[in-house]
Structures are given as structure tokens and as C-alpha cells.
Ligand binder design. Structure first.
Ligand SMILES: [Zn+2]
Length: 264
């Protein structure tokens, strides 16, 4: 869970953005040949005395750490040119500013924060991907400009939207399973979670990040089905696989486009 301030002016954009991004199954790209060196930060939300949300003995801080460790392993084994860092390695408390400074000091290319939701309506199920909103949609850095901590994310708004879109597409996608022992339709890796779409919001955990960033709410811990699925280690592995594919294909897309990774 995190603190959100939705900007009313973005409602129309959100509507069209969701229409365009739902039910799109992207092509699988050869990840081994095209991705240049990149630094990825994964942020397992909460930790230590900050448990996050919990239900039926399942704690958000544990789920987020497990998923991030799985994504890191999959990213680094997929492409040795990708370096992955976690904002916390164990069950420890790190405040928001420590996580942001750590990521900015690494001069990372992207930042993905992993959370679990707790929505009062227990019938709501599934994942949602957020990217950062701002008072301005774009900005251009001047060399001599001193940029305020709270404003730096605005220079990455467009690529953050793209990152969220890629993550959402690959969470929805029917992927070829990593488990080669499966045959037939079982070879398709499809998440058991529903999509709750994408959204843009003023995301407290992402304020101050000098890189494209996104935040994923994996599931609703107040939904019985979601809780049962998230307790299953195979489902966690599958979630990590889908997020890994989203990250890899976003990096490929950025490298192949004229824009490249955002300047530091
Ligand atoms: Zn959270």
C-alpha cells in the first residue's frame, strides 16, 4: 500500500491509456542479443518492523522480498550485461529516502517497486501497475540547473509510462514457460491473477528518483484467491518471470529507440 494523490486532470489520459494497454499480448523479443549494459533496481517494499499489509499470516514485506530475489536471479541469468541491485537484501527496515539515494547513486537505468495491496472490497482481485504523475508531463534538463529532489522524477515521466505499460503487458502475456518439461497448453505460463490495469499517481515511494520508475501492486491480500495463490512458490516464480520479461523488453525497446536510456 502507498500514499496516492490522483490528479483529476489525468483522468481522461488514464482512460485512454488503459484502453490501449489491456489485452495486448506483445511479441517475445530475443533478449540475449540486443540489450546493452543496464542497471536495474528492484525495491522490495517494507521490511523489518514495517510489515506492510498482511492477512492470514501472509506479510507484504516477505512476499515483496521473495519476488524481487527471484526477478534478480532471472534477470542476471538471462543477460550478463544486466546488473541488478535490491534496495534491501533481507528483513530490514530502510526508509524511503535511503532507497532513493541508493538507487540514484548507482546511476540506475530503471527502478521497479514491488508491493501487495489490501483493498477493503474483498472481491477485488489482481495486479495493478502504477507510474508517476506530476504537474508537468515532461521536462528538459539544463546543464547548470539545480534540480529539486521532489521534481527530478518529472524528467522521466514519459519513460516511466512506457515502463509501466511494458510491465503490465508482460504480466498479462501468455509466455512460453521456463519449465521445458511441460508439454501442450501447459507450456503456456499465464498468471492466475487478474489485471486491474495501469494508472498514474503521485507515488510517495518514487519521489526523488532520477530514472524511469514504476510500482506494481501484485495482488489484493484481502482477497482469498489472491492470498492462496501468492502463498504458492510456483506462482511467485511465475510472477517474477513475467516481471523479468517486462523489464527485459522495456530495456530492449529503449535501446532500440532513438531516445535511449534517460540521461543522467
Ligand atoms: Zn506496500
Amino acid at each position: 500500500m502507498f500514499r496516492i494523490i490522483i490528479y483529476n486532470l489525468f483522468f481522461l489520459l488514464i482512460f485512454f491509456y488503459n484502453i490501449l494497454s489491456v489485452n495486448t499480448v506483445p511479441p517475445i523479443i530475443d533478449i540475449k542479443s540486443s540489450t546493452e549494459t543496464a542497471i536495474v533496481i528492484l525495491d522490495p517494499a517494507h521490511g523489518g518492523g514495517d510489515f506492510g499489509v498482511n492477512f492470514q499470516g501472509v506479510y507484504e514485506k516477505d512476499i515483496t522480498l521473495k519476488i524481487c530475489k527471484l526477478i534478480k536471479k532471472k534477470l542476471e541469468s538471462s543477460n550478463p550485461k544486466i546488473s541488478v541491485f535490491l534496495t534491501r537484501e533481507g528483513d530490514e527496515y530502510k526508509n524511503k529516502d535511503d532507497r532513493i539515494m541508493f538507487s540514484n547513486n548507482k546511476r540506475a537505468n530503471i527502478f521497479v517497486s514491488i508491493h501487495c495491496d489490501f483493498i477493503q472490497n474483498p472481491h477485488v482481485s489482481g495486479y495493478k501497475v502504477y507510474s508517476m504523475a506530476g504537474k508537468e508531463l515532461t521536462g528538459k534538463k539544463e546543464n547548470s540547473e539545480l534540480i529539486k529532489w521532489d521534481d527530478v522524477h518529472k524528467y522521466h515521466i514519459i519513460n516511466s509510462l512506457k515502463l509501466a505499460s511494458f510491465l503490465h503487458q508482460y504480466l498479462q502475456a501468455r509466455l512460453i514457460s521456463e519449465d521445458s518439461t511441460l508439454t501442450g497448453n501447459e507450456n503456456d505460463d499465464v498468471l492466475p491473477f487478474l489485471s486491474r490495469g495501469t494508472d498514474i499517481a503521485y507515488l510517495y515511494p518514487l519521489i526523488g528518483l532520477d530514472m524511469p520508475s514504476a510500482l506494481i501492486e501484485i495482488c489484493n491480500l484481502n482477497n482469498n484467491n489472491d492470498v492462496e495463490y501468492i502463498k504458492n512458490s510456483q506462482v511467485l516464480d511465475s510472477v517474477a518471470y513475467h516481471i523479468k520479461e517486462g523489464i527485459i523488453n522495456f530495456l530492449n525497446f529503449i535501446n532500440q529507440s532513438n531516445e535511449g536510456i534517460d540521461e543522467k
